[in-house]
Write a protein that binds this ligand. Structure first.
Ligand code: 7PJ
Length: 276
């Protein structure tokens, strides 16, 4: 049996896992921003857990297309009070951040996964995770949030992203982060056109460098809006369909806003595809 090592936790990778999103940014595109309200954020995290989340991903740094960077002090002010509570709940907590100092503070506060949308490109980020025993999600992004959706371009989107992820894996290995701590993510919507996103989902399995586990984040994203014509508040059915398809294509962790609905979708998929 395979496991993802995240600090003291061992997440079994036999069936797809659901990562519930807890968003602390005030300007979340998906309408779930919690406006810095600690109590409400904790209640939302609790609801995600009760809905059956296997792990939670908490983020206080906006990465939506066109977003301005969040100052470090502000990010920590939003994160730490919530982290202090939810890291006592007995499930792995991932922190969505690109800042080495925030990674260190989050790990000290009990976070056990670092979800870095810049894939450990900063040497100090690599040092921060190498000195701990957390898991690391390496996500692909072309460009930067402020400008990434202006003109995303690839000659071979699957090959280029696979090569990017392979290089990030090598950086981690060289820093002493073992394969049992790594997750790979194509970064749906991060410097990608609709066509790029669709191609990546279709070929998701090819991105699993050395058979490392894949995380997919499609929940409520604009590609689903483009395909259905629905605004962000009406993308639940499309999000569940996308999560189930991602699982079918080999994703081991689905990063979602709607945990209960995603679990239902995955239960049907598992009964058919993983039954007996
Ligand atoms: C992703 C993420 C994703 C990983 C966001 C949103 C936009 N981290 N952070 N993968 N998306 N690893 O919540 O949809 O796709 S922020």
């Amino acid at each position: 049996m395979r496991f993802l090592h995240c600090g003291p936790y061992r997440l079994p990778l036999q069936r797809p896992l659901v990562m519930g999103i807890v968003n602390l940014t005030p300007d979340s595109f998906s309408g779930d921003g919690l406006r810095g309200d600690v109590e409400r954020a904790i209640a939302h995290a609790q609801a995600q857990r009760e809905a059956g989340a296997d792990l939670l991903d908490i983020g206080a740094e906006s990465s939506r297309p066109g977003a301005m960077p969040t100052p470090e002090a502000e990010e920590l002010r939003r994160l730490l009070p919530v982290l202090e509570e939810i890291t006592t709940w007995g499930l792995p907590i991932s922190v969505d951040t690109t800042k080495p100092a925030v990674m260190r503070a989050a790990l000290a506060a009990g976070a056990t996964i670092i979800n870095d949308i810049t894939a450990m490109r900063q040497p100090e980020a690599l040092t921060a995770v190498a000195e701990s025993d957390c898991a690391v999600c390496l996500m692909h992004m072309q460009g930067e949030p402020g400008t990434m959706q202006r003109a995303p371009a690839y000659d071979d989107v699957v090959g280029e992203i696979r090569a990017f992820l392979a290089a990030a894996v090598n950086r981690c290995r060289q820093a002493g982060v073992g394969d049992e701590r790594l997750l790979l993510d194509p970064g749906f919507g991060f410097g990608k056109s609709l066509e790029h996103n669709v191609t990546l989902l279709r070929h998701l399995a090819e991105l699993a460098v050395d058979d490392l586990p894949l995380l997919a984040g499609l929940s409520r994203k604009s590609m689903l809006g483009e395909l259905t014509g629905r605004p962000v508040g009406e993308r639940l059915p499309a999000s569940v369909a996308a999560a189930v398809l991602a699982a079918d294509k080999g994703a081991q962790i689905l990063r979602v806003h709607d945990v209960a609905a995603t679990r239902d979708g995955l239960a049907i998929w598992a009964a058919i595809e993983q039954g007996d």
